[in-house]
Design a protein around this ligand. Structure first.
Ligand code: MN
Length: 398
């Protein structure tokens, strides 16, 4: 009792001393005081959390501008074009090639909103690293994709992505880069957007690294072959536009995917209209791990299957949020029941440590269908954090 009284008395003395030093000097009155001008705002705003830097008040969980996981916002295509970084976060607000519920144009904003509790300056406990110790991460904002012409919108994204990828990364490493030009380039984490955006993004990474092994998390195959008349409204002489279920067909046709079926779908479980879809899929270059593999072989078995498929190739990870069960990620265009839990997807992604991840995207987040608790946006944001941890773990050296 006496000891605790002494401690309390000591605390009061320390507090009075701090006030006397002017460290925290709150004005006595609320209005009509000149004291505000003399206030030490750095100290007052930094008092919570112990970080005395001026940046603290913009970087805490729930205030400041909303960027992805509090990454510094950078005008990557304008005034800050000379800034060097290792990972660029890029928004692709596009949803005019969807087959069912639209709304993923608000995905980049929603995922950033869901990322407020994440901080690139924090330690990733499972990966045993602090992202900012390994990578300079910036948020480049959104590409202004036009809303009334998909061809132009996708071209805008392609050019923006290519501009980021072709620059030089801040960090270089001993040994040879896996890039064709031998240089170290930044990696881009794209926030979609419907899944069509992956086609222009793959064009970008393939230009730098050559054909890529794709790890595709999704409940759908997305390798649909465009149909000809009489099954389709397009004339044989007309170019059939790409959509969010056919972009891999075009990626294969353009030679962007690794040869020898070194690409894999994970989490597949949607119905199909014909078994031909599975034959077309194999021709496009994929093997399939179905959602129920999580019961049959567990996350370790799925990780082994992925690693056996992609080997030592450069890897691009594209994740449709509908790979997660709609109970944990309802806000998406084409939900399918029987998906992974967020814990399972984390274990699978963490199991991919050591792979050379040259880029990644998270797509099909449509915040308008989310719960008040923002469960889908929070899930998507945390998946972004896992993807960046994979990038932080493994530099792109041979
Ligand atoms: Mn899907």
């Amino acid at each position: 009792m006496l000891a605790s009284l002494r401690l309390a008395a000591a605390a009061v003395v320390v507090c009075q001393a701090a006030q006397a030093l002017g460290y925290i000097d709150y004005p006595v009155g609320i209005v009509n005081t000149d004291a505000y001008g003399a206030l030490n705002f750095s100290a007052i705003f930094a008092a919570y959390g112990g970080d005395k830097s001026n940046a603290r008040w913009t970087r805490s969980d729930f205030n400041g501008l909303t960027s992805f996981a509090h990454a510094p916002p950078v005008r990557c295509f304008g005034a800050d074009a000379e800034t060097e970084y290792d990972v660029a976060v890029l928004g692709a607000p596009f949803d005019t090639a969807t087959s069912f519920r639209p709304g993923a144009r608000f995905g980049p904003n929603g995922i950033r909103q869901g990322s407020r509790r994440i901080n690139i300056n924090h330690i990733h406990v499972d990966a045993k690293l602090r992202l900012t110790d390994e990578l300079e991460i910036v948020d480049c904002g959104d590409v202004p994709m036009v809303k009334n012409d998909n061809k132009v919108a996708l071209r805008q994204l392609e050019l923006a992505n290519a501009a980021l990828l072709s620059s030089t990364a801040l960090r270089s490493y001993p040994g040879k880069s896996i890039a064709k030009d031998g240089k170290f380039h930044p990696r881009v984490l794209t926030l979609g957007g419907d899944h069509t955006i992956t086609l222009p993004l793959l064009r970008g990474v393939a230009a730098i690294y050559g054909p890529i092994s794709v790890i595709h998390f999704d409940s759908h195959l997305d390798t649909s072959r465009p149909r000809q008349l009489p099954d389709s409204p397009w004339l044989p002489c007309e170019e059939q536009p790409v959509g969010h279920g056919s972009y891999f067909y075009y990626a294969h046709k353009e030679g962007l995917l690794a040869a020898d079926n070194a690409n894999i779908h994970v989490g597949i479980r949607s119905p199909i209209d014909s078994w031909q879809k599975y034959m077309d899929d194999y021709e496009v270059g994929f093997v399939i791990s179905h959602a129920y593999d999580i019961e049959e072989v567990g996350w370790k078995g799925i990780v082994k299957r992925i690693r056996d498929t992609v080997g030592d190739n450069p890897v691009y990870i594209t994740l449709d949020i509908d790979v997660i069960d709609p109970g944990m990620s309802p806000a998406t265009g084409t939900p399918e029941i029987g998906g992974f839990t967020t814990r399972e997807i984390k274990k699978i992604l963490q199991g991919l440590a050591g792979l050379k991840v040259v880029g990644a995207d998270i797509v099909e987040v449509a915040p308008d269908y989310d719960t008040q608790a923002e469960v889908t946006q929070i899930a998507a944001a945390n998946i972004g954090w896992e993807l960046m941890a994979l990038m932080a773990k493994t530099p792109l050296t041979e």
